[in-house]
Design a protein around this ligand. Sequence first.
Ligand code: EAX
Length: 323
Amino acid sequence: MKLSKLMLGLSLAVGIVATASAQITMRNSISVAQNSHQGEAIDTLAKEVERRTNGRIKIQNFYSGALGAERESIESVQLGTQELTTTSTGPVPNFVPETRILDVPFLFRDKAHARAVLDGPIGQELLGKFEAKGFKALAWGENGVRHMTNSKRAVNGPDDLKGLKMRTMENPVHVTAYKSLGIVTTPMAFTEVFTALQQGTVDGQENPLSVIMAANFDQVQKHLTLTGHVYSPAVILMNKASFDKLSAADKQIFLDSAKEAVKANRARVDRDDANGVAELRKKGMNIIENVDKSKFIATMAPAIAEFEKQFGKANLDRIRNFK
Ligand code: EAX
């Protein structure tokens, strides 16, 4: 009797200590609002990790650049002051140059093609390149297919872009590509874009419908053209040491939960793409849905030739022809 009480007491105490010491809280962040395709990704990741570890591991999420813009958040993850961040590929090539190839304009036929490449051997090889730089890249998610907006004029073809001052991501591939269209490029962190558009520091920007809606760019941009000029991936990054510290079972939980996060993220992009034009029109945007993409491709030919030289035509063809 006495002994069993003692044992019960002991096991309770041990249980409490074990629970308390095993409780880990990590941080994840995005630069866009919670109510977005990226919010879906990190909310799903947090929910799945917490559920699958019975609450042992919690992830606290920060939205709208509350912990810093994408570049700073990636740096924090590299240093380990933040465990996780989820980001577009905007500033990523500055850390992992091999990822530049994914941001070549008109590389993917559509989202299905891009998703197949990212989920297949090419995408997995690229995720592996993050390891040497201090990251565990858990999965490719999606930012969406990018379109152009501006406050000056309707864009029907590449000629209308000439001289427009547009904010671009801090991504060298984007800068080269848009310069070849005659755009005056202004690279800038996403967290500064709304104000820059509002104050007229730049005339326009380009982003997927998901981002345009989540950031309320309709309030500061009149014209939207569905140029679909580039597919924009996102990536869920973790500090490598934080990942390596996990048990094998917990590592698997993170990888599996990241897959669920990507599913929710892509489903939201699809919903945004389906509803976006009607919604943004209702909010007053002037939207041109059909443009001759071959004209944009022809105008960008010198930039595309440059990318073929930089990244290797065979490597680009491997992506273009992936089935
Ligand atoms: O990650 O910087 C950008 O335009 C990105 O598309 C946006 O921050 C979403």
